[in-house]
Ligand binder design. Structure first.
Ligand code: TRP
Length: 364
């Protein structure tokens, strides 16, 4: 481990500890928090999303925290020329959200595509003057995305999207951002923007400095047991796949040749990942699942995982199928989310103009 890795893991551990502290306070004081988080509409969600983030969002919603879910449709264009059927993808994403338990009938929950909030997008302009070009160049997540996509031609939006993401968060004055580790650099930038804006223009402080909330469950690997679960790696179980397909995928999952089942993510990453998935599904800890299987081998492990996971996903899949026929309802959900997010963003933009001395009585 070199010095910068060391620093990175220290920062990560500090963020994890702080996250647990925030979690405890949210339970006591839900109205002190506003959550903003979101996804790019690039395809259907899988169980990595369910266990890593969707469940947490539902938990905050149910605890009475105002929760804003941004569908980052502009962000899709960072690493590709065409966004494909973006409207169709947005509808599918909302179906995954609702089937997993996000409830737009709950006043606390708003789901919106950021392309539909002009005031949010306008915030990008003043924010761009608060960051330097070299700060944008240094962002490790952006660098990784550029290399992962093998881009020859990098558009300016790729460098600027973390600033746009700050506009997502700050337009609704989110102070809690549940994200994965890869998003920490973006959140640091957002904090910097909030701090610099307040210092330069804000007087008493227009913006909160949002904090990351890291999920406590370790990375969910794909069925290959070595890489993060993701659509592009072809190792994912999707919320919308069938029980049969799920069984087939699990049957094909990589394991090893040791018959006895025990949990050891270092020497047995594949088997341990399957145990971890059972544990996420049932709440039983991985060691005790393993002890139950013992010499039953990976066939038994796969059978248990298939049953528990299909059981957990059954109500989600049923609700998904119903929602597929309720497009008008999905559109209503989006328009309500857009209205609520717009009300917030309009107010924020007015405060920003006022703070910057750019407000005229004659104009709105
Ligand atoms: N970049 C995030 C992702 O790819 C999605 C996102 C957009 C987001 N805006 C955000 C996440 C604001 C948190 C806060 O998953």
């Amino acid at each position: 481990m070199n010095n910068s890795d060391d620093l990175e893991s220290k920062t990560f551990i500090a963020s994890l500890n702080r996250s647990r502290e925030i979690e405890r306070d949210i339970a006591i004081n839900p109205s002190g928090y506003r959550v903003l988080t979101g996804d790019r509409p690039t395809g259907n969600l899988h169980i990595g999303h369910l266990f890593g983030s969707l469940q947490n969002r539902v938990r905050f919603q149910n605890a009475g925290v105002r929760t804003f879910i941004v569908i980052a449709d502009y962000q899709v264009l960072t690493d590709r020329e065409s966004a494909g059927d973006i409207a169709g993808n947005i509808v599918e994403l909302v179906i995954d959200y609702l089937a997993s338990g996000l409830d737009p009938e709950n006043e606390n929950t708003s789901i919106f595509p950021h392309s539909h909030i002009p005031e949010l997008n306008q915030l990008l302009v003043p924010f761009l003057f608060l960051v330097s070009k070299s700060e944008l160049d240094r962002n490790p997540t952006v660098k990784e995305e550029i290399s992962a996509a093998g881009l020859k031609n990098i558009n300016a939006g790729m460098y600027v999207y973390p600033v746009h993401q700050a506009a997502d968060i700050l337009s609704v004055k989110g102070n809690i951002v549940p994200v994965g580790k890869d998003q920490l650099p973006h959140l640091e930038l957002c904090r910097l923007i909030a701090r610099r804006f307040n210092r330069r223009f804000g007087g008493k402080g227009v913006f909160p400095e949002p904090e990351a909330l890291l999920s406590s469950s370790p990375n969910i690997l794909g069925l290959d047991g070595t890489q993060k679960m993701s659509k592009s790696r072809n190792n994912a179980i999707f919320l919308n796949s069938t029980a049969d397909d799920t069984a087939k995928l699990i049957k094909r999952a990589k394991t090893d040749s040791i018959r006895a089942i025990y949990y050891d993510p270092v020497t047995r990453p594949e088997v341990s990942n399957l145990l971890h998935l059972v544990s996420l599904t049932t709440g039983e800890d991985a060691d005790s699942v393993a002890a139950r299987i013992g010499d039953g081998g990976s066939a038994k492990l796969k059978q248990i995982l298939t049953e528990s996971l299909n059981g957990r996903l059954a109500p989600i899949r049923k609700r998904r199928q119903e929602l597929e026929h309720e497009e008008q309802y999905i559109l209503d959900v989006l328009s309500r989310g857009i209205q609520r997010a717009r009300t917030e963003a309009e107010r924020t933009l007015r405060e920003v103009r006022r703070a910057m001395n750019m407000e005229f009585d004659v104009l709105t």
